[in-house]
Design a protein around this ligand. Structure first.
Ligand SMILES: Cc1cc2nc3c(=O)[nH]c(=O)nc-3n(C[C@H](O)[C@H](O)[C@H](O)COP(=O)(O)O)c2cc1C
Length: 287
C-alpha cells in the first residue's frame, strides 16, 4: 500500500471515530466527499470536550499572547473590536473568582483564568477624546454586537489552545455577580464580564469525554425551518445522552426533561434574572 493511501485510510478512520463520539452514529458517506471534513482543524473541533480537572503546571511562555492573536483574528462586526480580556494568574485571585463563580474549583486549579469582556468603554473613550457623542453605544444592538464578537473571539482562542493539547472550560458562572466581578477587575463603565475561561493542562486521571450533541436533523434546516424530524431526533438524543450519563457515572436523566425544567421558571437562571439591572449599573443603558 502507498504511503498516501495509508495516510488517507488513517484519516478516514480518525474521522469515523470522531463522528461516532460526537453523534454516536455512523459517519455519513457524504462527509468523506467534503474537503471540510479532511483537516486537522476539523478533527480538533470535533474532539472538543470541556476540561474541569487540571494539572497545576504553568503554561509555556507566550501561550496567552498566542491565544489572543487567534482570538483577534476572528471576524469582528464593522471592525469595532469591542471586547477585551483579563488574564488572571495570581492563585489567590483565581481562588476568589472560583468562589464568585459558584465555587467552581477548576478556576483555582487551572493556571490561567481568562475573563472575556464585552467592552464598549474603549469606543466611548475614543469618542470622548474626539469630542463626539456616542449615542449608538446605548442600544441593545451594540451590546449584542459586543457579546457576539467576544464569543467569536473566545472560541478562536479555545480552538487554538485545544489544538495544542491544552484544556479549557467556559465559565458562565462569571455572571453570577457582575458588579463584584467588575470591582475585582477594576472595570471601567461600559465594560461587562461575559464569561470566564479556564486554561491548563488536562489532568489525565480525570479525563473528560466527548459529549454527544443533538442529531443534525434537529438543528440543520434546508431552505425553511422544518419541524418534521425534530421530535424523533430528540427522542434519539435522550437515549444517547442517557448512555453518556451512565458511562460517566453521572445521575440518570432525560435530557429533554432536564431542559424543560431548567427553563420552566426564572429559578433556572440561578439569580441571573437581575442581569438587566446589572448591565445598567455597569454602564449599558440597553435602550
Ligand atoms: C458560555 C458558556 C458558559 C459555560 N459555563 C460553564 C460553567 O460555569 N461551568 C462549567 O463547568 N461549564 C460551563 N460551560 C461548559 C458547558 O457546560 C459545556 O460546554 C456543555 O456541557 C457541553 O459539554 P462539552 O463542552 O464538554 O462538549 C459553559 C459553556 C459555555 C459555552
Amino acid at each position: 500500500m502507498q504511503a498516501t493511501d495509508l495516510k488517507s485510510r488513517t484519516m478516514t478512520e480518525q474521522l469515523k471515530s470522531l463522528w461516532q463520539e460526537r453523534y454516536r452514529t455512523q459517519l455519513p458517506e457524504a462527509l468523506l466527499e467534503s474537503p471540510v471534513s479532511q483537516s486537522a482543524v476539523f478533527d480538533a473541533l470535533l474532539a472538543h470536550r470541556s476540561v474541569r480537572g487540571y494539572l497545576p503546571d504553568a503554561l509555556p511562555e507566550g501561550t496567552i499572547e498566542a491565544a489572543i492573536a487567534a482570538a483577534q483574528s476572528a471576524a469582528t462586526s464593522s471592525n469595532l473590536q469591542c471586547w477585551s480580556v483579563v488574564a488572571v494568574e495570581d492563585p489567590k485571585r483565581r481562588q476568589r473568582f472560583a468562589e464568585l463563580c459558584g465555587n467552581q474549583a477548576h478556576i483555582a486549579t487551572a493556571p490561567v483564568f481568562l475573563v472575556w469582556l464585552a467592552d464598549l468603554s474603549r469606543l466611548q473613550r475614543l469618542a470622548t477624546r474626539a469630542g463626539h457623542p456616542h449615542e449608538a453605544l446605548d442600544y441593545t444592538e451594540t451590546l449584542l454586537i459586543a457579546a457576539i464578537d467576544t464569543a467569536l473571539a473566545a472560541q478562536n482562542a479555545v480552538t487554538a489552545l485545544e489544538a495544542t493539547g491544552l484544556g479549557t472550560v467556559y465559565i458562565g458562572g462569571l455572571r453570577n455577580h457582575p458588579e463584584k466581578i467588575a470591582e475585582e477587575l477594576a472595570l471601567p463603565q461600559g465594560c461587562f464580564g461575559l464569561f470566564g475561561l479556564c486554561v491548563g493542562y488536562p489532568d489525565k486521571t480525570r479525563a473528560a469525554s466527548v459529549k454527544p450533541r443533538l442529531p443534525q436533523q434537529a438543528v440543520l434546516h434546508r431552505e425553511r425551518y422544518d419541524l418534521g424530524s425534530e421530535a424523533d431526533a430528540i427522542v434519539l438524543y435522550d437515549g444517547l445522552d442517557a448512555d453518556f450519563q451512565n458511562e460517566q457515572g453521572l445521575p440518570p436523566r432525560r435530557w429533554s426533561e432536564t431542559m424543560v425544567s431548567r427553563i420552566a421558571t426564572r429559578d433556572g437562571l440561578h439569580g441571573r434574572d437581575t442581569m438587566l439591572a446589572s448591565l445598567k449599573a455597569l454602564g449599558f443603558p440597553v435602550k
